[in-house]
Ligand binder design. Structure first.
Ligand code: DP6
Length: 413
């Protein structure tokens, strides 16, 4: 499992962990330090080839202090209560599990990196803390259990959902110590493998209120939040689980969009308000509704977290058509398609339509349906999007071989 050097003075492990995007949003805590939420949430885990955090942990009897480098910059690890909680939490669990390893008292050096630009404004803390906790578990040889999710939760709430692949529920729990506030898989990635996502990264420079601060303010000032928690979320959780189990995209899509809108309504009901979506985000919302209306069925579902970027859920067979429409409505000057269209290749088959003369054509202007779509969509000014990432539902964290290590002799490479 972990790599011990020849002299047996240094133990090392490298892992990667996925990003997850909430479908039913976590917003509000009932305990700040333990990170206990006021409502259940459900997310989908994204593929690690496109988006992931990678972490190497080396433990050594020779190290004097716990140290950590995040994207090559050193943090004040021992002063960071969330990081220390995760380290101590996994060590305690290893101890309870009967681990006698001397390495449990060794100091650790940790390097962590995201394979996507931080500038993308995507929630990197979920993947980062999930990767930290998973790597520590591998280092000390303890299994991935629900209990481990309670430790990742104390790094960042949403991180507990990144410990599993597919669709994951985080239970709010009722106990004061948080031991029942755990993440649990609802369905694996293999259950609905054609569930894809397009992330539209919006050009935006504005500094946003962090999720931690924003949700604190919502809990103390929003009058709508309690109704959401008591009445609306429980219903939605039940219905979403049904939709996922039945692979019912129509219901899945409707719940996804309604919950995103409700979360942003709560954010606006917060005083002073938290404004996360911008004009481009709203143009994307309009686009998705118009697109769904003109195609006569729901092919796309948007969701927005605490920022302006859109995640659009779409089934694999509809990706090419949707992407063509997005590129028409949100044109770009970017000629570098590799930079602009990142991630999975778009399989052209679903975009090839027969012309009236029987010839195939992969432009979106060919069929009557497409002409209708084009007619209804309002073309926006150029360059509102920075780039697009195409990914899909993915698996949970995994350990990587030693060649992937981010540390050499305990220092960043
Ligand atoms: C809008 O997990 O980042 O993305 O627990 O304070 O670290 P902390 O917050 P965080 O909040 C995520 C909020 C969200 C919704 C979600 O992921 O469920």
């Amino acid at each position: 499992r972990s790599f011990l050097n020849k002299e047996k003075t240094m133990l090392s492990v490298t892992c990667k962990a996925p990003v997850n995007i909430a479908i039913i949003k976590y917003w509000g805590k009932r305990h700040e330090e333990l990170i206990l939420p006021i409502n259940d949430s459900i997310s989908m885990t994204l593929g690690t080839n496109e988006l992931c955090a990678k972490t190497t942990i080396t433990a050594s009897e020779k190290f004097q202090h716990n140290r950590m480098w995040l994207n090559d910059e050193e943090l004040l690890f021992e002063e960071d209560s969330r990081l220390m909680r995760c380290l101590k939490g996994v060590q305690r669990l290893a101890h309870i599990n009967g681990s006698q390893e001397a390495s449990l008292c060794w100091k650790v050096h940790i390097a962590s990196r995201n394979n996507f630009p931080t500038a993308a404004g995507l929630a990197s803390s979920a993947a980062g803390y999930a990767c930290l906790v998973y790597s520590l578990a591998r280092l000390y040889g303890i299994p991935l259990t629900e209990e481990l999710t309670t430790i990742a939760r104390q790094g960042s709430g949403s991180a507990c959902r990144s410990l599993f692949g597919g669709f994951v529920q985080w239970h709010r729990g009722v106990l004061d110590d948080g031991s029942d506030s755990v993440a649990e898989p609802v369905a694996s990635a293999q259950h609905w493998p054609n569930m894809h996502v397009l992330i539209l990264v919006v050009n935006d420079e504005r500094k946003k209120t962090s999720s931690t601060t924003g949700m604190q303010r919502s809990v103390t000032t929003s009058q709508l939040i309690q109704h959401r928690v008591d009445k609306l979320v429980p219903e939605r959780i039940a219905n979403l689980k049904k939709a996922i189990k039945a692979r019912d995209f129509q219901s899945f899509a409707e719940i996804t969009m309604k919950d995103s809108n409700q979360f942003h309504a709560i954010a606006l009901d917060t005083y002073p308000p938290c404004v996360y979506m911008n004009d481009v985000s709203h143009a994307i919302v309009n686009f998705v509704h118009t697109y769904n209306k003109t195609t006569g069925t729901v092919h796309a579902a948007y969701t927005f977290d605490a920022g302006p970027n859109a995640c659009i859920y779409v089934l694999k067979e509809n990706v090419a058509k949707l992407l063509a429409a997005i590129q028409k409505v949100f044109p770009t000057d970017s000629i570098d398609t590799v930079e602009y269209l990142r991630g999975l290749a778009v399989s052209p088959e679903s975009n090839i339509e027969k012309n009236s003369d029987g010839a195939t054509d992969n432009s979106i202007h060919t069929t009557a349906e497409h002409r209708k779509v084009n007619g209804m969509l309002n073309v926006q000014p150029k360059n509102l999007l920075k780039y697009i990432i195409h990914t899909k539902v993915g698996d949970g964290p995994c350990q990587l071989s030693d060649d992937n290590s981010l540390l050499k002799n305990g220092l960043p490479l």
